[in-house]
Design a binder for this molecule. Structure first.
Ligand SMILES: Cc1cc2nc3c(=O)[nH]c(=O)nc-3n(C[C@H](O)[C@H](O)[C@H](O)COP(=O)(O)OP(=O)(O)OC[C@H]3O[C@@H](n4cnc5c(N)ncnc54)[C@H](O)[C@@H]3O)c2cc1C
Ligand code: FES
Ligand code: FES
Length: 467
């Protein structure tokens, strides 16, 4: 039995836990305000909010309900567009109306829900932050400027909030319905009733956020027996132990971007993470899912390859370690037993003379997977490259460490001829194919340019004293 709160109503259902939240809400609850667009996480028409208790705080994030299995909202609060309705228009809807930010209206519920997510977040009340919250919503009619103006007005609504919990503030200020102020207590009651139990069944499939698997096999998943990993506390957390960072396999991309440890050691983390999908996808996409789906262009895989990460797998009884660089045996083929799941990922945090960079080119800047992506982890000793790992995606059947290029660069001075030779060597160890994301020649050119970009960006600090 799955239990959660839907808007202001307690739900208890025996619907299949693999059914999408979107289908459940529309076809079982007959709440049809949430729209079905792409069914692949791309358009944001199906955006809902999920509220949960974390460290005794009620925190909300947006998600794409078309890719979210019911099992992932067990014990949570789900908010749909209907849950934002008040007498007349609520102030968010009013801002959209005042700024002519809706035309055909198909995208509008998704935008309003995403903006409500902004109001329920702890983000500073700036127009920029409000606009960032709608980066997963697509509108084919308005040209966005009117929606951005509406987002600016919504940010103004939040400017008088200080320390109050967002849900209490929006209820008191009549930005959202009054009952938002009661949800925290209701979630505590639900938590006590569930006693920390996840929804479990004998499983043949594992699902993190579902943002890969529900795109690949949407229909199969509806009736699959699933073990839900997204909220499994044993697989959560991002911690530092000595000079290593340990990431639980179910940490989400948003959790990575908010981690104080990672922010400290990777000062450009926010810029890098912004290139990964969109806010509602990042809120549910896990690191484990990114590594295990074995996509040759997984952004986190490329990050972690350059960092020479080590993986811990478990079969439920025993664990074993495997370097990430040994995981991929061929296209979507892993050195892993079917009964094993990924528990955690660890890597050495960069020291003083170590520099990290990530580059990605895709057809669109946001909400798109890479044509080519690459990361570098470069350690300098004086003006010599002591050690370097460049990884690259989209240029081979597997995410790739450029071993020959890396070996060539070791012990060299960073000069133009050295980088040119390194790029020539990199070209001998890749085998891109032409596909929807570009021709093989284009991808070769991209990798060459991105390796130069690494050295311009990363070595900026390192080279400054070399020149
Ligand atoms: C619109 C959209 C945009 C996207 N943009 C990007 C992008 O910019 N960059 C990018 O890299 N990816 C992108 N993706 C792909 C996807 O979001 C990521 O790969 C994500 O990290 C997958 O994580 P998940 O938890 O959702 O995986 P899931 O779909 O839950 O799982 C993927 C696979 O991993 C397995 N799995 C998950 N966790 C474990 C575990 N702990 N142990 C063993 N097996 C496990 C599952 O069984 C499944 O086979 C995008 C996807 C969508 C829909
Ligand atoms: S329907 Fe398009 S993102 Fe879900
Ligand atoms: S108003 Fe038509 S898609 Fe946005």
């Amino acid at each position: 039995m799955i239990k959660f709160i839907l808007n202001n109503k307690n739900i208890e259902t025996s619907a299949p836990p693999g059914m999408t939240l979107l289908d459940f809400v529309r076809y079982h609850q007959h709440l049809t305000g949430t729209k079905v667009g792409c069914n692949e996480g791309d358009c944001g028409a199906c955006t809902m909010l999920i509220g949960e208790l974390k460290n005794n705080e009620l925190q909300y994030s947006s998600l794409t309900s078309c890719l979210t299995p019911l099992g992932n909202v067990h014990g949570k609060h789900v908010v749909t567009i209907e849950g934002l309705n008040m007498e007349g228009l609520n102030p968010i809807q009013q801002a959209m109306y005042d700024e002519s930010a809706t035309q055909c209206g198909f995208c509008t519920p998704g935008f309003v829900v995403s903006l409500a997510g902004f109001c329920l977040s702890n983000k500073t009340a700036t127009a920029q932050n409000a606009v960032a919250h709608i980066d997963g919503n697509i509108c084919r009619c308005t040209g966005y400027k009117s929606i951005e103006r509406a987002a600016g007005k919504v940010a103004q609504l939040m400017q008088t909030r200080h320390q109050e919990e967002p849900a209490t503030f929006v209820a008191e200020q009549k930005i959202l319905p009054h009952w938002f102020a009661t949800i925290k207590q209701k979630l505590y009651a639900l938590q006590t009733e569930l006693n920390g139990q996840l929804h479990t069944t004998p499983a043949t499939e594992w699902v993190g956020g579902g943002t890969d698997v529900y795109v690949q096999k949407h229909d199969v998943m509806q009736s699959a027996d699933i073990r839900f990993l997204l909220h499994d506390e044993r697989l959560k957390g991002i911690t530092q132990k000595d000079n290593r960072c340990i990431i639980g396999a179910s940490a989400t991309v948003t959790e990575l971007s908010e981690s104080p440890v990672l922010q400290h050691y990777f000062p450009r983390l926010a810029e890098h993470i912004k290139l990964v999908s969109s806010t509602p996808i990042r809120n549910i996409a896990t690191v484990g899912g990114n590594l295990i789906n074995a996509s040759p262009i997984g952004d986190l895989t490329i990050f972690l390859l350059a960092l020479d990460a080590t993986l811990v797998f478990s079969n439920g009884e025993q664990t074993h370690e495997l370097p990430l660089r040994q995981l991929y045996k061929g296209y979507k083929t892993l050195d892993k037993q079917p009964e094993e799941h990924l528990e955690s990922i660890s890597f050495e945090l960069p020291g003083v003379n170590t520099y990290f960079n990530f580059e990605k080119v895709s057809k669109r800047t946001n909400l798109d997977i890479a044509s080519v992506n690459t990361a570098i982890c470069l350690t300098m000793q004086g003006d010599i490259i002591q050690h370097v790992r460049i990884s690259a995606g989209g240029v081979a059947p597997v995410p790739k460490l450029l071993d020959k290029t890396n070996a060539f660069l070791k012990g060299k001075l960073v000069t133009d001829p050295t980088i040119a030779e390194a790029i020539a060597i990199a070209q001998t160890e890749i085998s891109p194919i032409s596909d929807a994301r570009g021709t093989d020649e284009y991808k070769r050119l991209l990798l060459s340019q991105l390796i130069k970009a690494h050295f311009i960006t990363v070595a900026e600090n390192a080279i400054r004293y070399l020149l």
